[in-house]
Design a protein around this ligand. Sequence first.
Ligand code: LUZ
Ligand code: MOS
Length: 766
Amino acid sequence: MKQETFINENRPHESAIKHVTGKAYYTDDIPEPPGTLYGAIGWSKKAHAIIKKINLDKVFKSEGVVAVVTSDDIPGRNDVGPVYDGDPIFPKKAEYYGQPLFAVAATTTELARKAVLAAKISYKTLKPITTIKEALKKKSFVLKERVIKKGEALKAIESSVHRLKGNFTTGSQEHFALEGQSAFVIPQEDNDFKVFSKTQHPSETQQIIAKMLNQKSNSITVETRRLGGSFGSTETQSFIFAAICTLLAKKTKRAIKLRVDRDDDIIITGKRHDFYSEYSVGFDELGVITGLKLKLASRCGISPDLSGAINERALLHVDNAYYLENVLVENYLCKTNTASNTAFRGFGANQAMMVIENIIDHIATTLNKDSAEIRRRNFYQKKKKNITHYNMKIEDNVIQEIYDQLIKSSNYKSRQLSIKKFNSENKYIKKGICFTPVKFGISFTTWHLNQAGSLVHIYYNDGSVHVNHGGVEMGNGVHTKIAQLTAHALGINFSKIKVSATTTDKVPNTSASAASSTTDLNGAATLNAISKIKMNLAAYVKRKYKIKNSEGIYENGMVKFKGKTFKFNKLIKEAYLNRVSLSSTGFYTTPKIHFDKKTFKGRPFLYFCYSAAVSEVMIDTLTGENKILRADILHDAGRAINPAIETGQIEGGFVQGAGWLGCEEVVWKTNGQITTHSPSTYKIPAVSDMPEKFNAEIFKKGINIENVINKSKTTGEPPLMNAMSVFFAIKNAIASIGNYTANPKLDAPATPEKILMSIKNLKRKI
Ligand code: LUZ
Ligand code: MOS
């Protein structure tokens, strides 16, 4: 009989059928108790202003309105900042266009949204700071600047054979998750609140609401069944919606649903940090970097939010896959009068990786060499050149193997030749190709967040299993993968496992589902809980049947001890009748990691994910339009628990990254008003923007050398960065116009306008 293992196999997402039939409950789908009211938020029309008066008379009188809340209704902390203050729920002074000022509850969502428009707010307008450059000039920062250093960068650059200088910008990005921000709150007895929230972070939602209400944490329960995508949009920025919704529920003593309109969602919440960099690099004849000096400045918006951690992850990824001997980086966290920028898949790492990739590209065009070859020459190596700029020894490096395999499987070299030929024969349409690597560090860089809990029950009646863990299902497949791990560990069918909604009263003090770590951490905690139940069962078997030192082998619905075999269900029922506990909590902490934030040295990551892509694009030099013709990706997912789900992440991440670097452009007017607040003005990739040929493959030899569940590696964030190859393929296509002799200046995103400007600029140089 073929043994069913339920791991290392393609299985559909546990909710796949519910997703496509519309039967899956998202926060907004939860059935409402009678008397439920609906919320809407009134927000600032000024980016920087003293609020002289908020006159809500007409709002109160508006049809269907039951209650209005302002800062006067907040008994406790008027702030939802996760690490630092700076994100008031309702501020005294408006600091960005779109900042919430008050909220209403009405009998329908439409009436609530209509009512907020009746507010009369008088402002004394102040001058806003809206750009990174302005903030740098005025020294407007959310946190202190930071300098990190390894070796002697300035000296090394000075004495290099070649030197280059330049600047580079990557743009912001709206998360645009299918499901927007939403919350649903039901008041309970004793002033307790049951909060359903679209969030990656139920535990912090609970803390934030408790502090706002001046109530104990045990009076607030937050539950999250699933998210329709999130990508960092609700690591912290869901808090204000859950908080406002709870405030309305407290005031009205009725259930409140707050589902934010797409435009309001985009206007109120922060996005990816755009980064501006200046670089000065020294390199040798081979293109190997000898010294690097960087200035990295990010647009943080009005508050710190997670910007400290995001900029830190940027500093930890200025190397990408390259060995840097001498590095000096200055990092500035710019405060601007725009919504507070926040976590977004990649969390600052990809912005920094783009900086070094742009530098390598600049080196390659300067030396007139193949950029893939220059990249390869700078790779970290195995026995030497394997210490990062933060002093961590890299022990799991497979980038050379990935390079070799992908360059071959993608026919990079021959395609490069035919592209050059195509370009010499075509005047207006140009093609480009590029290889880029990815190395991404896995673990929260904030040490204490690397912990997780789980709760596992086995029911005696039928041996079915209920798992609850601290991770949030957001399309990442965490529940599917943990159910697979559970089925495997207990040797029973996948259909007997139920993973239920994440909730703060089952597993407490959880970390955000973030940092690509959700399955690693919560999967390990679940296996820990299962091993404790197995110990209970082994102790019982030892006691009853005098079988010694046997842990039991769980396979195919059977449990084998030395000399005795049980059907799983029978053992469970028997254990129950003999008063054995069939339930346990589990806990996990990531081993080996430590990091000194002051000296910027240590081992912040348990392991690295490696990946690479080769992309081929076509541009129209008359219109600036571009198209991805082909993308080949080779991604190290270790020993993947569910290759189908990982492949979905690898493909989806790439397309999302291509959006960030290609068509998606967030635009603010000089007065701080965001103009790209709906799909009419903000272009995300569509089905037609998928690569025409798309080969996303998992690296077959991949294995996690660390003790991670199933020796797997996560696929959460790293695949996004494979899209760097698209951007530099576009740059390569532009460079063909100057016969590859000059370096085109191109900032991200490479929109048609930017491509046309780059071409114009290049033609002036040649
Ligand atoms: N969130 C966080 C993250 O709090 N710390 C991190 O290191 C991180 N990394 C990636 C994504 N989210
Ligand atoms: Mo994230 S960027 O919420 O892991």
